[in-house]
Ligand binder design. Sequence first.
Ligand SMILES: CC(C)(COP(=O)(O)OP(=O)(O)OC[C@H]1O[C@@H](n2cnc3c(N)ncnc32)[C@H](O)[C@@H]1OP(=O)(O)O)[C@@H](O)C(=O)NCCC(=O)NCCS
Length: 170
Amino acid sequence: MTRPSWTIRPVGERDIDAVVALLAEIAREGTYIATEWPFDLAARARALRDALLLRRSVGWIAVDGRELVGELSVIDVTQEEPEIGMIVGALHRSRGIGRALLERALAWARTNGKPALTLRVFPDNERALALYRGTGFIDLSLQPDGIVRRDGTGRDVLVMRHAIGESGRT
Ligand SMILES: CC(C)(COP(=O)(O)OP(=O)(O)OC[C@H]1O[C@@H](n2cnc3c(N)ncnc32)[C@H](O)[C@@H]1OP(=O)(O)O)[C@@H](O)C(=O)NCCC(=O)NCCS
């Protein structure tokens, strides 16, 4: 197996503009995430910066060369079972980056005594579902029209949960 060209590291304040740019790229695709394009890039960057500085959020990024190609955040670390959100750039999908980011989040949850991680996913997002099911997430509930889009239409959303084993295993 060839060694991947990307690496994973914790997200820092200096990465925020690149994270927001990646989020915008994926929002423009219009299908995978709840965030809709256009959105206020500066406001989003401020919110992310505040969450990081206040230690309300933690996250990791995947970097390939100088390019930020993936990101995962634990949205609110104070939650008992925090929700995560993740994105990988279109040209870098199906290379194992999503799985590697998830493994970092699961390790964080174990170390921080969280009983589980949760996430929300559109049920037609096959690649995401394959990744989540393949790493041990199970379906919790389907929320019909759980996400309401700007045009007023609703999209079903699936809530998933990954229990963190007490033995230290996920
Ligand atoms: C969903 C996403 C985060 C997954 O990250 P990724 O880097 O593409 O995923 P990986 O390469 O780690 O693949 C993980 C698994 O997905 C599956 N997979 C990969 N490519 C696939 C494809 N084209 N179709 C279906 N399943 C696929 C494989 O089962 C793989 O498992 P394996 O590691 O055992 O082979 C990424 O594709 C993405 O950002 N998509 C757009 C935004 C998005 O959907 N975010 C999540 C919102 S809930």
